[in-house]
Design a protein around this ligand. Structure first.
Ligand code: PEP
Length: 256
């Protein structure tokens, strides 16, 4: 089975639910007829999930959260759990985003616990991995990516592995306007697929979608989509503009 390509938008800490409504009204008419050939996923802040869920119901657009805790409930002030985001209509959750790893000091072990819990609740994790500029310059890209990948997947049974999506997001490319070259992205993504084959098996590895993220725009998205190994993109800044996100979704549909 060919892997279904993904165009995913990460809004980060942007847009109130009123602004999310305005976005949905501009976005939805342009993408509502997209069939199952691609998956379009929007990941707004928690506070806009309920609003977007009501717009996206009966549409092909899927909702994702940007984080969750690994416990289901309890004394974790300020946190949100898998059953809570599931109730809000999330089919996806971004886990281990570099901003969470670097600003909030999330460890790969914690990310691994979250991946496991998301899968238990039938939520597809988008596990982000990627090296900093310093790590890249020291020649440590593969080491860092492998470590984040294997710890992120440490307790995952084979039967659930194909629901996971991996996003390769070099930290130096996020929000900088300096995207990786498609050759660089393909190289690391091929390495990730190789590691997934040894962690699971070749068949499972062939089912797992691997995205590129880092300064993706309507202008450069095709470069990444042309690479067979790259199954779509995780888009930050550009996804905040509905017209840019529509273009990225259209290019994704066209490319596969
Ligand atoms: C991201 O936040 O995952 C991201 C890739 O951001 P940007 O597209 O703005 O670089």
């Amino acid at each position: 089975m060919p892997r279904i390509p993904i165009a995913a938008g990460n809004w980060k800490m942007n847009k109130t639910s009123q602004e999310a409504s305005a976005y949905a009204e501009a976005f939805l008419p342009q993408v509502k007829d997209f069939k199952k050939e691609i998956e379009i996923i929007i990941c707004p802040p928690f506070t806009a999930l309920a609003t977007l869920a009501s717009y996206f119901r009966n549409s092909p657009i899927k909702l994702g959260a940007q984080n969750m805790h690994w416990e289901e409930k309890g004394a974790f002030t300020g946190e949100v759990s898998a059953p809570m985001i599931k109730e809000w209509g999330c089919q996806y959750v971004i886990l281990g985003h570099s901003e969470r790893r670097h600003i909030f000091r999330e460890t790969s072990e914690e990310v691994g616990k979250k991946v496991k819990k998301a899968l238990e609740w039938g939520i597809n994790p988008i596990l982000c991995v990627g090296e900093t500029l310093e790590e890249r310059e020291k020649g440590e890209t593969e080491k860092i990516v492998e470590e984040q990948l294997l710890l992120g997947l440490s307790d995952i049974p084979d039967a659930k592995a194909s629901s996971i999506v991996i996003a390769y997001e070099p930290v130096w490319a996020i929000g900088t306007g300096k995207a990786a070259t498609s050759e660089d992205a393909r190289g690391v993504i091929s390495f990730i697929r190789e590691k997934l084959s040894s962690r699971f098996n070749v068949e499972i590895s062939g089912d797992i979608r691997i995205l590129y993220g880092g300064s993706v725009s309507p202008e450069n998205v095709l470069d990444f989509l042309r690479e067979d190994e790259i199954d779509g993109t995780l888009v930050g800044g550009a996804s905040l503009d509905p017209l840019k996100m529509i273009k990225i979704a259209e290019e994704t549909l066209r490319a596969y």
